[in-house]
Design a protein around this ligand. Structure first.
Ligand SMILES: Cc1cc2nc3c(=O)[nH]c(=O)nc-3n(C[C@H](O)[C@H](O)[C@H](O)COP(=O)(O)O)c2cc1C
Length: 187
């Protein structure tokens, strides 16, 4: 069995994903564990929407609406290609940061806490033998998409985590040298 550190070192994104997604029991275990992300003052400034099955088509409709509103010369093709993006994986998790007014915890810290949970989910999915890719792009800041998903005034989308089974072949991640990024500081 691989160690936790080996799994972390091998984690990678999978831009192409297939059916099926992990079952509900597995996903619930992953969600439960992911919520242990560090969180200044325990504000829990996050929530998530799970979109699967035919509901992904409704998300696709929002993507298509965004595409047509931001392209004056929009063609049906653009709309079609935008809506298909919601079907890239059997499960799409929308990460949302819910900002709270707090003197000691600025918004950026709340964003970091919410994205920490998102990363934990991707790590948990990987550790469970499945794959994911975190995407933002124009859709995550689109007012059309945000309003369709009922994102409130004090909230932002941190990204869409596409989750599914790994394809048969995929590139291997490039290992980075720790010494390129970590150095000793002794005053
Ligand atoms: C906040 C965030 C937003 C991202 N948005 C996109 C995106 O919109 N499109 C994309 O292709 N990759 C996006 N990525 C990068 C991929 O999720 C992935 O990390 C990258 O392709 C590198 O692959 P790796 O994780 O296997 O190293 C994003 C990553 C993060 C953390």
């Amino acid at each position: 069995m691989k160690s936790f550190l080996e799994i972390m070192a091998q984690r990678q994104s999978f831009p192409k994903l297939c059916d099926p997604a992990p079952d509900k029991k597995t996903m619930n275990k992953i969600f439960h564990a992911s919520l242990r992300a560090p969180d200044h003052m325990h504000l829990r400034p996050w929530r998530f929407l799970n979109i699967e099955g035919v509901s992904r088509e409704k998300l696709g409709d929002l993507f298509a609406k965004h595409a047509s509103s931001s392209n004056p010369n929009n063609t049906l093709e653009l709309e079609k290609s935008a809506s298909k993006k919601a079907l890239r994986a059997p499960l799409v998790i929308v990460g949302i940061v819910c900002y709270q007014e707090n003197e000691r915890v600025p918004r950026w810290e709340q964003m970091v806490a919410a994205t920490g949970v998102m990363h934990n989910i991707s790590l948990g999915v990987f550790a469970s033998g499945f794959g994911s890719v975190w995407r933002t792009g124009a859709f995550s800041s689109s007012e059309i998409v945000k309003s369709g998903l009922n994102i409130r005034e004090n909230e932002d989308i941190t990204g869409f985590l596409y989750v599914g089974s790994r394809p048969e072949t995929s590139r291997r991640p490039k290992a980075l040298n720790a010494s390129d990024y970590f150095s000793e500081w002794d005053g």
